[in-house]
Ligand binder design. Structure first.
Ligand SMILES: CC(C)(COP(=O)(O)OP(=O)(O)OC[C@H]1O[C@@H](n2cnc3c(N)ncnc32)[C@H](O)[C@@H]1OP(=O)(O)O)[C@@H](O)C(=O)NCCC(=O)NCCS
Length: 246
């Protein structure tokens, strides 16, 4: 059961999902043939059938469980969710990739003067994320800006060279991300100052912890270098090829 507040966010643009029975479903975006299951309870075969039918109708060749990036409820199946994992596998899904979600403490994080909250129009920062990082990050930045959760670093001339956000997904849960620093500006501590400022803002809003989702093994070192990581959840993305599937 998804809490009403969380569900409202998932059903809202950008990257709005739809309810298919008891599942939350994301149709393939233009140019993609992957459909997404953002939520589905184990053993709900009727709903799974309806989702796969809908995905085929939408032209999908593949269905992913977890995500979609840009508007996810969970980033994947946690390794402790063995019943869900076994059910997915028994229905033809297989593990595709794994990553970690970090649960970090926000309390000891500081704010920095060279990082400021984005005010006014958010279109420029979204375009910057799209151009330099990923279109899903642009969607998340747009939603984060709606929560006044985007922080930026600019040169004296006003050129944007780093940005970090919170509340771009699952705002009620204190979710970090996305974060990006342009290659020429990396390695000088800017990423840390951006991330800390974002976490400090979450702390000021009453979130004692934040979730940093979808982190790969190498990047986890970045967060550990300044933050207090309380827990690491290993999460797995599952995929089903519709040509082969149930
Ligand atoms: C991750 C990123 C924001 C870091 O920005 P940065 O300004 O280079 O980071 P900092 O200079 O503040 O580095 C802080 C620490 O993290 C380490 N670190 C930085 N980037 C790292 C990475 N990609 N992997 C592992 N460690 C990293 C640094 O070595 C430094 O450690 P130290 O204090 O022990 O020297 C930047 O590399 C980036 O934009 N990467 C591409 C986008 C991305 O991966 N975003 C995160 C998705 S979860």
């Amino acid at each position: 059961m998804i809490a009403p507040k969380a569900l409202r966010e998932k059903l809202t643009a950008p990257r709005a999902l739809v309810e298919v029975g008891a599942a939350l479903y994301g149709a393939p975006l233009a140019g993609s043939t992957t459909a997404w299951i953002a939520h589905l309870e184990a053993h709900d075969d009727d709903t799974l059938r309806a989702v796969l039918q809908r995905a085929r109708h939408d032209g999908a060749r593949r269905v992913a469980y977890g995500g979609p990036p840009g508007n996810y409820l969970v980033s994947g199946v946690e390794t402790s969710e063995t019943e869900l994992a076994a059910w997915l596998v028994s229905r033809g899904f297989s593990p595709v990739s794994s990553h970690v979600d970090l649960i970090v403490a926000t309390g000891a994080c500081a704010s920095y003067d060279d990082v400021s909250r984005l005010t006014g129009d958010g279109a420029g920062v979204c375009a910057w994320f799209e151009a330099h990082f990923a279109s899903a990050w642009a969607m998340e930045a747009a939603r984060a800006h709606g929560h006044h959760g985007v922080f930026v670093a600019r040169s004296a001339e006003g050129e944007l060279f780093g940005a970090a956000c919170h509340s771009g997904n699952n705002a009620h849960a204190g979710t970090f991300g996305p974060i990006g620093v342009l290659p020429d500006a990396r390695g000088t501590g800017l990423g840390r100052r951006l991330a800390e400022t974002v976490l400090a803002d979450l702390a000021a809003r009453g979130h004692t912890t934040a979730r940093v989702p979808w982190v790969d093994g190498a990047t986890a070192r970045f967060y550990r270098s300044f933050g207090s990581v309380l827990r690491e959840e290993t999460r797995v993305m599952y995929g089903l090829d519709l040509d082969e599937g149930a």
